[in-house]
Design a protein around this ligand. Structure first.
Ligand code: GLU
Length: 303
């Protein structure tokens, strides 16, 4: 069976499953999305593309952008980055404050909010115009100049982002934020507000399936750096369910509270799924189910 036939089959198997998950209403603007949205898109390193459902519609990628922010910061700072952020799964919620106290302001990994704020701080320090330069980087990866921040979503999150404000100030108190926390937070909320479709996401992440190079040959990361980002996505990419995701799906990846998920098969493909209903751990039943069925049918888990 071809990838297109398999994603068609998986889409129809999963589409009408009774999904009791809930939208991420803690960001008011995300509560306006239709919970029925459902799309899948795969891009392969052999240059094939297949999509089904709402795969061309843009949605809020939220924490998925943390991988792209890490990529750019890693490219700039190389291994020095690991002095300021850890590489271990957190075992706590993505926006937890408690662990930071014990860890003296060094976030467990770059994919929890605290870690992504340290990465945002690095980018604020090193980019001339952080918002402009970062979106240019993402547009280049997605081959699409219309990918953008959604200012309504960013403003909506800012209006209620008390916990993130607390996290950033708390890290600053340990001297692990160099810039003004308000500047870092402003950039962080914008990063989370980026909108992309499943198609654009799977294209943008292809370099992680291709030893750090885009299909046009542009070197984004070295082979070793790419291996490390994939390893971090495997162990820390799915909130407090990274173990379960490895168990069921067996691909590195990252999910976001906007309902998106990206998974990478090194040397083969990237696959993005969008389904906005989230379970209690902020993943979504449908997204995981799609990827589980897909890797079983294609026999392409990395394990
Ligand atoms: N902007 C969201 C937050 O900071 C991102 C959460 C996510 O997608 O994991 O709460």
């Amino acid at each position: 069976m071809s990838y297109q036939e398999i994603i068609d089959e998986v889409y129809h198997d999963v589409k009408d499953i009774d999904d009791k998950g809930k939208l991420a209403t803690y960001i008011p603007e995300l509560a306006r999305v239709s919970p029925q949205k459902f799309g899948i898109h795969i891009s392969t390193v052999s240059r094939h593309q297949h999509g089904i459902g709402d795969y061309e519609e843009r949605f809020s990628i939220q924490s998925i952008s943390k991988v792209l922010a890490l990529t750019l910061a890693y490219k700039i700072k190389k291994q020095d980055i690991w002095k300021r952020v850890g590489i271990e799964p957190s075992g706590t919620a993505f926006n937890s404050l408690v662990q930071l106290e014990a860890d003296k302001g060094i976030p467990r990994n770059p994919f929890i909010n605290a870690g992504a704020m340290v990465i945002a701080d690095i980018l604020v320090t090193h980019l001339k115009n952080p918002k402009k330069d970062f979106i240019a980087f993402v547009r280049g990866l997605a081959h699409n100049s219309r990918v953008d921040y959604n200012q309504r979503v960013a403003a909506s999150e800012k209006s209620v982002g008390y916990r993130n404000v607390a996290l950033c100030n708390f890290i600053k108190s340990f001297d692990n934020i160099d810039n003004n926390p308000a500047t870092v937070l402003d950039f962080y909320f914008d990063l989370c507000s980026i909108e992309m479709s499943c198609q654009e996401l799977s294209e943008a992440f292809l370099f992680l399936a291709h030893d750090g190079r885009t299909l046009n040959g542009t070197q984004i990361l070295t082979n070793a750096q790419t291996k490390r980002i994939n390893a971090l996505m495997q162990t820390c990419g799915f909130y407090d369910e990274s173990g379960e995701f490895a168990f069921k799906v067996g691909l590195p990846g990252k999910s976001g509270v906007g309902g998106g998920i990206i998974a990478v098969h090194p040397d083969k493909y990237t696959i993005a799924v969008w389904s906005p209903r989230l379970n209690a751990k902020d993943n979504s039943y449908k997204r995981v189910r799609v990827l589980e069925k897909f890797t079983v049918k294609t026999e392409t888990s990395i394990f």
